[in-house]
Design a binder for this molecule. Structure first.
Ligand code: ADP
Length: 445
């Protein structure tokens, strides 16, 4: 139909514009994850370690005491509510704090404690009596740099002699001045200018160089070269540390140019599975019928919290309106919202202030809302060519095996085309998706 064609166009446009903004999107996703996460990701996987010198003993620690931190820093760590090192910190911290300092490339998904680890390393290595920059930390965006800065401030709360400055566009300094702060955190372009063009920083005095979010970094034109140019100005004995959430070939090539003779630590992402999920589909003829079916489901079973995915912003907005009219407290996540606004919506939902979260497909990519027991695909996930998007389907309803509670997924089907998509998803995962009769809902509870 005409309306459907318009919908398709709108969805395609949203998806294309997001691809064009891929770089920005990656950074935004990463920021969003930081804004909504306030604890560690659970993981049962073991770290893989590749030592520069395979004959040297490998230390790992189970407590922060074993690291012999400065008392002010130990107090800062406990002040943040950390009891013990995270999986990646167990091995990364002893390496980073060793004497002589060791270089490190570390990869693990967001939320596993990388930032906290390198912040602790930077704070441990600076000498507050020396009033000049000793640590440089580069991040892909201004917002991400600020987030890391906040962690430095929290962890260094009882170590106020150590000062921090942001090398970001807009932070204009007087010509000829020399920085007195021990830690400089910023984006590659400004950091490079401060080291070379303006000489606010003497790169030869840097003891620790951190490159954070390497995968996001290389998505931005120019960041790679700027980072390498900064790195080349640093002394040979400067400790180089690089962190990334993912590790494709391009990231790896870049990492090796930034970090000579590295130790390497990797922590595999927890696999997602559909094993603990009951999957259903509902057959309808229109979006109104889909909404009716949804109402029936709500009338029949108790749903603590649900996430509902739509193909377009328009459908999401419409559905949120209909649900509100029926008395539901609805949160709406939409593409035009700023990252901070999105984070606020997700946080409210996570805190249980709203029971239903309606969102478009693209908007919710990569967001984990762990406690949601019911996921409804109001529209099935498809890629820009209209093929089933299996990866998104899995990420949306799948659970990480050992931690995931049982869940329920309901797929709304409203055409031959979407039935075909459903079959292909079913075949792909080789897991039956049962038909649900929404006029007779005894079976699902
Ligand atoms: P990453 O940089 O890998 O995304 P973060 O360092 O930001 O991970 O840590 C994720 C979350 O876990 C943050 O809220 C952080 O405060 C917290 N965190 C980090 N290390 C620990 C720890 N050892 N114990 C408890 N919480 C921690």
């Amino acid at each position: 139909s005409w309306a459907q064609a318009v919908d398709e166009q709108e969805a395609a446009a949203e998806s294309v514009s997001l691809n064009l903004r891929n770089t920005k999107d990656k950074a935004a996703q990463s920021l969003l994850n930081k804004l909504i996460r306030n604890n560690l990701v659970n993981t049962t996987n073991q770290v893989e370690v590749l030592q520069k010198d395979p004959n040297s003993p490998l230390y790992s620690v189970k407590s922060f005491e074993e690291l012999r931190l400065k008392p002010q820093l130990l107090k800062g760590v406990y002040g943040m509510g950390f009891n013990r090192p995270s999986k990646i910190q167990e091995t990364a911290l002893p390496m980073m704090l060793a004497e002589p300092p060791q270089n490190l490339i570390a990869q693990s998904q967001s939320g596993t404690g990388k930032t906290a680890a390198f912040v602790l390393a930077m704070l441990s290595h600076v000498d507050p009596n020396n009033k000049y920059p000793q640590c440089l930390c580069v991040s892909p965006t201004y917002e991400l740099a600020l987030q890391t800065g906040k962690v430095i401030e929290q962890m260094g709360k009882y170590y106020p002699e150590v000062k921090l400055v942001y090398a970001i566009r807009g932070n204009k300094l007087q010509r000829g001045m020399k920085l007195q702060e021990q830690i400089v955190i910023g984006t590659p372009g400004t950091m490079l200018d401060w080291c070379s063009k303006f000489r606010f920083i003497d790169p030869k005095k840097i003891k620790v160089f951190v490159l954070d979010e390497a995968d996001v970094m290389i998505a931005t034109q120019g960041h790679q070269d700027q980072s390498i140019r900064i790195q080349r100005m640093l002394p040979k004995n400067c400790q180089m540390l690089l962190f990334s959430a993912t590790f494709e070939e391009s990231v790896w090539n870049f990492a090796q140019r930034i970090v000579p003779d590295p130790n390497i630590i990797k922590l595999k992402r927890e696999e997602e599975t559909l094993d603990t999920i009951k999957q259903y589909y509902v057959l309808c003829n229109s979006k109104e019928e889909k909404f009716q079916a949804l109402s029936n489901i709500y009338g029949a079973i108790t749903i603590a919290q649900a996430m509902i995915f739509c193909h377009t912003r328009k459908t999401a907005g419409w559905l949120a309106g209909e649900l509100s009219r029926e008395g539901h407290q609805v949160a709406l996540l939409s593409g035009e919202m700023q990252v901070e606004q999105r984070a606020a919506v997700i946080e409210r939902f996570r805190d249980g202030k709203e029971k239903v979260l309606v969102t478009t497909n693209v908007c919710a990519r990569g967001i984990d809302v762990e406690q949601v027991s019911v996921v409804i695909n109001f529209d099935l996930p498809v890629d820009k060519d209209g093929n089933p998007d299996n990866e998104t389907y899995l990420h949306r309803i799948g659970r990480t095996g050992r931690f995931g509670k049982r869940g329920l997924a309901i797929n709304m089907v409203d055409s031959k085309m979407s039935m075909n998509i459903l079959h292909r998803i079913q075949d792909h995962f080789n897991k039956k998706i049962e038909k649900l009769d929404t006029d007779d809902l005894d079976e699902i509870e």
